[in-house]
Design a protein around this ligand. Sequence first.
Ligand SMILES: N[C@@H](CCC(=O)N[C@@H](CS)C(=O)NCC(=O)O)C(=O)O
Length: 226
Amino acid sequence: MNKLKLYSGPLSMFGAKVEIAVREKGIEFDLVMVPFDFERGYTPKHPEVLRINPKWQVPVLIDEGVQLFDSTQIFEYLEDRWPEQPLWPHSIAARAEARKQEHCSDEVFFPHVIRLMGMRANPDPVEAQEWKNATAAIEAYYLGMEQWLQDHEYIAGQFSYADIAFYMAQFFAARHTVPLTAQHPRLLAWRGRMIDRPAVRLVVTAMADYLRSQGQMVPQLGDQAT
Ligand SMILES: N[C@@H](CCC(=O)N[C@@H](CS)C(=O)NCC(=O)O)C(=O)O
């Protein structure tokens, strides 16, 4: 039987989501890091990524005859194929909530982070306003999550894909100037619980090492505020 193959990148937040989930489930896999550097981004594209994903993005996953792209689609497949070590909660309502949170992390929170990624060192007034708006939206989201964690150890009660998604998203928000702070004690404690998980630690430490090797700032990984 061929091992599962995951195509990711050294700084791919969506690839890291999938790698964490695969490691949490204890699945044997081969990891292929596609070409990436700070000058050219994701070029040249890996031929398997071009073949399988019409959007030409990582992560891409191959398992026997199944070829998939998109981290959230891949989560669903991993859960169906390896239901042991569940990463969605059991009850229908809790699963729905966890899926909503995972979706919001990728599609509501992260787009604000993407807005920050293109910012130049000397922004013009329009860009500066855009930066302020994106920062305010990220901070408002953090406060919402801080409230939410009042009643939850993990985002959906038990550790789930929703935690994986938001851990990676806040890591990139911090990298792009909007970190968690002492104003977010519950989120910091949650992040401490996250980095204590071997799968999370391994994947995120590798990403931090890559950033360091490129002379880039590395955000806090655990329960310490910046
Ligand atoms: N919604 C997709 C997003 C994938 C994505 O944005 N991948 C980035 C790396 S994190 C990528 O491959 N970018 C290269 C490109 O767009 O050309 C997912 O969840 O997998």
